[in-house]
Design a protein around this ligand. Structure first.
Ligand code: 261
Length: 401
């Protein structure tokens, strides 16, 4: 066997985290299903291959290596069969449209108003920290039953879990290059346990209408509850992705609109266009950019590549959503695109459970923001910097009005 040196060997975590798009443009055109050494994994980068692997029957879910190190087992994103069915039956009911429609407005609108009131008379704001993240975490925090946990604490938790979950870099032996990167995830989990364990003690005795209380009790025989060790990995899934990504989505959609002032004007004049803007924002900078994976259950050939049974493949949906086989000029933010579906919420039996909920959180946050501040502009004296390969969004968004 001949070892060949390839450009794939030179890909680094730092460049993926700063801006994965150039590397992935080359992956899509030259190696759309490729082994990427720094990730220690195969990566799928086109829309067709991501969709195929997410939906065909000879792949099943697996959590990424750094994700598993961070969340433990059984996290809903990384299990299959009966455990997956049970965890989905636990999280799905509250997220169905007929359920979400009952409370989403009363939940999110007052939260959005409350944060807007803290800065709407100021004439300037950094919207990621002052609006997008707080609205995102407070809405879900209240839904889960974490009203007693401050928004700043919830933000700190998702930031720590997120960096740990995506601390993916490995050396040639498959060992993590930066094992210290998991420490902040471990710290966050210890703090979460210290705060949530007493809440769980209480919910076991006195169920209420919070989501975590339902997770403990629903579908269980009388007098029994799900074991907390069994639900914690899925609690962490929520405390990372469900806390962080609506905020990423709100901020990315705003950056897209700021870059296309004519589209921003139309959206401000006609808020009914906000769902379209959000959908395009999800495609343009997908919040869950490259954070989920599948594993082959038997030897398979995909896109001409032979994979043995038991081969993990990371699904880079953020790249799939820039596939120019599907989307003309994919780097352009354009609410008038042909109505093609995107993969920002995944596909197959592990597709996002919160799609309806998250889309409404983002919609309401943008409705309230643009109604309160219709003359909102990006503060062009500072740049917008996006960060992240696993999860991606603007780190700050300075605005004036
Ligand atoms: C709610 C979705 O959360 C996640 C999705 C993918 C990876 C990690 C997550 O926490």
């Amino acid at each position: 066997m001949t070892a060949t040196v390839s450009w794939l060997d030179d890909i680094t975590m730092t460049e993926l985290e700063r801006n994965p798009y150039p590397v992935y443009e080359r992956l899509r055109s030259e190696a759309p299903l490729a082994y990427v050494p720094v990730l220690g994994s195969y990566v799928a980068s086109t829309a067709e291959i991501c969709r195929e692997i997410a939906t065909r029957g000879d792949f099943e879910a697996i959590i990424t290596k750094a994700g598993g190190r961070t969340f433990g087992h059984p996290a809903v994103i990384g299990v299959n069969g009966e455990i997956h069915e049970d965890l989905r039956s636990m999280v799905d009911p509250a997220l169905q449209p007929q359920e979400v429609d009952r409370w989403i407005d009363d939940l999110v609108r007052p939260i959005a108003r409350r944060y807007l009131e803290t800065f709407e008379d100021e004439g300037s704001a950094e919207l990621v920290a002052q609006y997008c993240e707080p609205v995102s975490v407070r809405a879900l925090g209240d839904l889960l039953g974490l009203q007693s946990v401050s928004s700043d604490k919830l933000r700190e938790w998702f930031h720590k879990l997120s960096r740990s979950f995506t601390n993916a870099g490995v050396d040639e032996n498959g060992e993590f290059t930066n094992p210290e990167g998991f420490r902040e995830g471990d710290e966050a989990k210890a703090e979460i346990r210290a705060i949530v364990d007493p809440l769980i003690d209480n919910w076991i005795e006195k169920p209420d209408d919070s989501a975590i209380s339902h997770w403990l009790h629903d579908g269980m025989p009388d007098g029994q509850t799900r074991d907390r060790e069994y639900i914690y990995p899925t609690v962490y899934v929520y405390l990372l992705g469900a806390m962080q990504e609506p905020g990423h989505g709100i901020a990315s959609t705003l950056v897209g609109l700021f870059g296309e002032p004519e589209q921003m004007e139309r959206v401000v004049d006609d808020p009914a266009l906000i769902p379209r803007a959000v959908s395009e924002g999800m495609r343009w900078t997908s919040p869950i950019w490259s954070a989920t994976a599948r594993i082959s259950t038997r030897p398979v050939t995909v896109a001409g590549v032979d994979l043995p049974a038991g081969t993990p493949v990371i699904l880079s949906y953020g790249s799939a959503n820039h596939d120019d086989d599907r989307y003309a000029a994919p780097t352009r933010f354009d609410i008038d695109r042909p109505p093609l579906p995107h993969l920002a919420f995944g596909a197959g039996n592990h597709a996002c459970a919160g799609i309806y909920y998250a889309n409404h959180v983002m919609r309401i946050a943008l409705e309230e923001l643009l109604e309160a501040i219709p003359n909102l502009e990006r503060d062009t004296s500072s740049d917008v910097e996006f960060w992240g390969w696993g999860f991606r969004g603007p780190t700050t968004l300075h605005t004036v009005w």
